[in-house]
Each structure stands twice: as C-alpha cells, then as structure tokens.
Design a protein around this ligand. Structure first.
Ligand code: PHE
Length: 450
C-alpha cells in the first residue's frame, strides 16, 4: 500500500461507503417509476438477473483493479499496464464522475430547496407551478447547487476515514430508517393498495429487448458502475477484506433500498389518485402536490413526512456525490501532488462551473443546445448512456483479457485463503471475460442506434 494512504477501517465501513455511492437519486425517482411502467414484478425479476449476473461482475472487476493497486483510477492503470493506452481508461474515469457530479449536484440543490421549503412554509395549493417556476430562475437554483457541492466537498476534504467513512457510517443506517418510516406511513394511506399492485403485478408481455436494455442501464447507474467510483472506494479496502461479499452486500443494499423506495412512493401517489410521472417530475411535482393535499387533513403529519422525505433525498444524493468527488480528489492528490484540501477546492471549482451551466440550462441558457439537447440533458445523456457503459466495457475487458488470470485470482480469493471465493472464481471469471463484454457491447450499440 502506498505510504500514508488511508484505508477504510473495516469491511463493513467499505460496504457502507459503496452502498452509499450506489443508493441515490437513481433509486428514489427512476427505479419505482421504471418498475411500474415496465411490467411490475416481471421487471423486478429482469432487474434482479441484470444486477447479479451482469452488474455484480462489473462491480467486482472495478473492485479487483482498485484493491490490487491501492491507487486512484489513473494510477491503477499505470500500475497494471504501464505505458499503454489503458491510461486513457484511467483518465476517462477521472472525467466522467466529475461530469455526473456537475449535474447531479444541481438536482441535489433542488432537493435542498425543497427541504427548506418543507421545513419552512410547507407545500400549499400553488405547488403545481412551484417546480416549473423554481428551476427557470437564475439565482435560487444556483445558490442551492453551490450549497450542495460545498457539503459534498466538505466531507471529502476531511479525508477517507474521518470524512467519507464517518459520514456514511451515520448516513446509511439513517437512510434506511427514514425510508422505512415513510413506507409505513405511505402503506397505511387509504387507497395505497393500488400503488402496491402497480409495483407488483407481473406483466411479462411488457418485457421487450429495449426494456431489458433499460433495466441493465438502470442497474449500471444505480450501482455507480464504469466511472471509477467503485474502483476508488475499493482501493481503500485492506487486503484482508473479502471483495465478493462486499460487492454482494453493496448490490443487495442498493436493491433493497430501491424496492423500499418504490413502496414508499407509489402507494402515496395512488392514494392521491394521480398517475405517476417520470423523472424529476415525480419527486418534485407529484409528491409535493400530495403533501399539500394531505396538509389540509393532517397538517403536522404532512409537514413531518415531507421534511423526512426531502431529507432522505438530500442525504442519499450526498452519499453518492461524495463518491464521485473522491475520484477526482484521489487523482489530484496522488498524481498531481496536491494537498487534499486544494484538490477538493479544484474539483469544487470545475464541477461548480459545469453544474452552473447545467442549472442555467433550464432558464437563461435554455436556448443553448449541444447535439439537440440542453446542457443538462446532454451531460446526463452522455454519461448515463455512453460513458458509464463504455467505462464498464473497458473494465471487464481489462480484467478479463489484460490482467494476468493469477493476479485476478489472488485478488478475488485473497491469495487462495477464501474457500468460498475459490469455488466461485470459475463462474465469476466466465461472466467477466465472456458474458459481460458481449452484453455491454449490445447495450452500447442499442444506445448508439436509438
Ligand atoms: N448510483 C447513484 C444513484 O443511484 C449515482 C451515481 C452514479 C453515483 C455514478 C456515483 C457514480 O443515484
């Protein structure tokens, strides 16, 4: 291990950090909506298969590279394949999480605004126009974006152990408690059952190839794959830790949270008698509308639940944004010799600027288009449809075809000392080497064609 390099205190701490990266906006707004639209329980089955047979091998590939080198994404490639073009993979995975961080923190900023609103005046009748009016403003969203980024950077600059590990150790259990409380409340609303059946009624006729591709894409995004966050966090794991059980734990927590979020959100949506909408509209328009309506009957209860709900979103978004920020900071510290504090400031400056452009692309800059999309949409599309899939493809190719099989085996079985992992190595290796590249390539081409 590089001299002076920090590491997570325990395996549990590493899982909490990785699960914190995984659990985020993707679980709260995208997953519940996708399940309902794409065949309910049938979609959940496809998603489960994608998560464990495709995403988990990709996650393990990143983990293997990270833990084998104890380095940032760039340094990892330089250590394992010095002087080759693989350094571009290291470079790409420094850039892509920072692009995600830029627009992600804009949405994180909206959540802060809504949390403040929930705790302040609460949501009232004008709520239906609230979101539309808010995001086009130049200053307020920008200030919230700045605040969200500052919180992210503050945690990261405090260090791996006393910043990231400490924050996740508190946040992750808190997130689960909060979402379960909201779910219990939501399930007890009159008419909630329609939401449950929306999520669970299996409809296999909805499972088309494009739905399968969408399930896989969602799984990549949700598990933070292909952009170096898992690699970087794994590089802080000790050699004695079990990579397979950490990866499995991360995937399981991520899935569990997405399912609970579905049962927290959809029953409330149906109880209010509205059609669930997609994307930001669901959490920033539909739910405040529900809170406003409930407010008439039970003001304090509605107020409390709305505060808890937006608090959950802010924390979930923070645990993810912290992981993106750390990729850039680790690179600047280890490859460019910056102090952690200065590196954090540099990441702040760069992502603040791009994020500001993303934020303004809803208002003053809405006329600026890149390849037919606004700046925000372009950054989102570029990263989630291309860079994450491309990065994932390169990672599995690297581990499956470039790294010596013995190095991979050593990392996966801790030098042969984990009998369970020794038995699993064959199937995992097969998935990494053959299955994952072919499937990812198919998704990539599908995205390009469509
Ligand atoms: N997994 C996070 C979510 O579900 C998003 C994310 C993507 C985090 C890439 C880190 C890296 O919201």
């Amino acid at each position: 291990m590089a001299k002076g390099r920090e590491h997570f205190g325990s395996g549990a701490a590493a899982v909490m950090a990785m699960a914190g990266s995984a659990i985020g906006l993707g679980n709260i707004w995208r997953f519940p909506y996708m399940v309902g639209q794409n065949g309910g329980a049938a979609f959940i089955i496809v998603y489960l298969l994608a998560a464990f047979f495709l995403s988990l091998p990709i996650l393990l590939s990143e983990s293997i590279v990270g833990r084998a080198t104890h380095a940032n994404t760039f340094g990892a490639m330089e250590k394992l394949a010095p002087g080759t073009r693989w350094k571009w993979l290291g470079f790409l995975t420094v850039i892509s999480p920072l692009i995600i961080l830029s627009y992600y923190s804009v949405v994180g900023g909206w959540s802060i605004e809504y949390l403040i609103k929930a705790a302040g005046s609460g949501f009232n009748e004008e709520v239906s126009s609230l979101f539309g009016e808010f995001i086009v403003k130049p200053w307020a969203p920008l200030i919230c974006h700045t605040l969200f980024l500052l919180l992210t950077v503050a945690v990261v600059s405090a260090g791996v152990k006393s910043g990231i590990e400490r924050f996740n150790r508190v946040s992750l259990p808190l997130l689960f408690i909060l979402i379960v409380v909201i779910m219990v409340y939501s399930l007890t609303l009159p008419g909630a059952y329609a939401g449950v059946s929306y999520l669970l009624k299996p409809d296999f006729s909805k499972i088309t190839p494009s739905v399968v591709a969408a399930a896989m894409g969602q799984s990549f995004f949700s598990l933070s794959l292909g952009v170096g966050t898992i690699l970087t966090y794994s590089s802080y794991m000790k050699h004695s830790e079990n990579l397979f059980s950490s990866g499995l734990g991360t995937a399981a927590f991520d899935l569990l949270f997405a399912l609970i979020a579905g049962f927290a959100i959809m029953p409330a949506v149906f109880a209010a008698g509205i059609e669930p909408g997609a994307g930001p509209g669901l959490i920033f328009e539909t739910l405040p509308y529900i809170f406003a309506n409930m407010g008439a009957a039970a003001p304090w209860l509605s107020r409390t639940v709305s505060i808890l709900f937006f608090l959950t979103i802010v924390i979930a978004a923070l645990t993810s944004s912290i992981s993106m920020c750390e990729v850039g900071v680790a690179y600047l510290v280890e490859e460019r010799g910056q102090s952690r504090r200065k590196a954090s400031l540099l990441v702040f400056a760069g992502t603040w600027l791009l994020g500001a452009l993303c934020s303004l692309s809803f208002g003053p800059l809405s006329g600026v288009h890149l390849f037919g999309r606004t700046i925000f949409d372009f950054c989102d599309h570029l990263t989630s449809d291309y860079l994450m899939t491309f990065g994932s493809l390169l990672f599995v190719l690297f581990v499956g075809w470039k790294m010596p099989r013995m190095t991979v085996w050593n990392e996966f079985t801790n030098g042969g000392s984990l009998p369970g992992n020794r038995r699993l190595f064959g199937p995992v290796w097969f998935l990494i080497r053959y299955v994952a590249p072919l499937v990812i390539l198919t998704i990539f081409v599908t995205n390009l064609v469509s």
